[in-house]
Design a protein around this ligand. Structure first.
Ligand code: FAD
Length: 217
């Protein structure tokens, strides 16, 4: 499901399209407004579901409608105003169907400007995120808008803490990276250590942004 179709300032994208294909398509079409997601891994479906965001923007701000296959097998169009987009959340997260596509409303722009914005965002991402090692992205959800998880973990001296092959990233303490051979248990042990320390020091209970499907013994 990777169809991409433009109509003027609108782009309709099927859910299996990668975010980067969408961004490159917009560059080719001279459409601006979505460059803030440059370098975000994953598909349009996954990003819409969690209202992915970066560098001050959220995907939900650019979506006008979402095509959704509900639990009874019926495709419905959900207006973005009814999609419950909020910080890393949407109604689709707790629903029983799947996102099959989304329509974006963008603006006409100069290709050279769009491209330099993309390069700028990618450079920021490379500078701030530990992309040199495998990870599942930011581990914890920000519990409130003024609570920065990465810097709190750093202040508590947990940067570079290792369990087996898993390590609290030296570059960004909000990430746990695989330094080689990390297994689920290593990562979950680190998650628990961080949660306990942060709760002890600040009283704040952190919830994970990463999804833990099943804990393996
Ligand atoms: C290195 C790195 C950097 C990241 N940086 C950011 C960032 O800056 N900002 C940010 O917001 N996120 C960030 N993330 C998280 C990223 O947004 C998500 O990993 C990605 O958007 C999820 O999309 P996916 O297609 O990979 O979904 P998956 O990981 O495959 O799935 C995630 C969840 O969505 C569900 N899902 C996927 N597609 C659909 C669909 N079509 N319909 C219904 N449910 C679906 C899956 O069942 C699963 O529950 C980062 C991740 C990594 C690894």
């Amino acid at each position: 499901m990777n169809l991409l179709r433009s109509d003027g300032d609108k782009v309709f994208v099927q859910a299996g399209t990668s975010i980067n294909s969408l961004i490159w398509h917009c560059l080719a079409e001279g459409l601006t407004g979505i460059e803030f997601l440059t370098g975000l891994p994953g598909s349009v479906g996954g990003a819409v579901l969690m209202n992915a965001g970066a560098f001050g923007g959220e995907i939900g701000d650019r979506v006008t409608r979402v095509s959704y296959l509900d639990g009874r097998g019926k495709v419905i169009d959900v207006d973005s105003r009814n999609a419950g987009f909020s910080y890393r959340n949407s109604i689709f997260k707790s629903a029983d169907g799947i996102v099959v596509g989304a329509e974006f409303l963008l603006k006409r722009g100069e290709r050279s400007e769009i491209e330099s914005k993309m390069k700028e965002i990618l450079a920021k991402r490379i500078q701030k995120q530990p992309l040199e090692y495998p990870s599942a992205g930011s581990v914890f959800v920000r519990p409130k808008s003024d609570f920065y998880v990465g810097s709190t973990i750093e202040r508590l001296g947990l940067k570079s803490l290792r369990v087996g092959g898993a390590e609290v990233s030296e570059k960004h303490a909000g990430f746990i990276v695989n330094r080689g051979g990390a297994c689920q248990k290593d990562i979950l042990t680190l998650v628990e250590i961080i949660r306990k320390k942060v709760e002890g020091a600040t009283g704040v209970i952190l919830n994970t942004e990463i999804e833990i499907w099943k804990e393996v013994e």
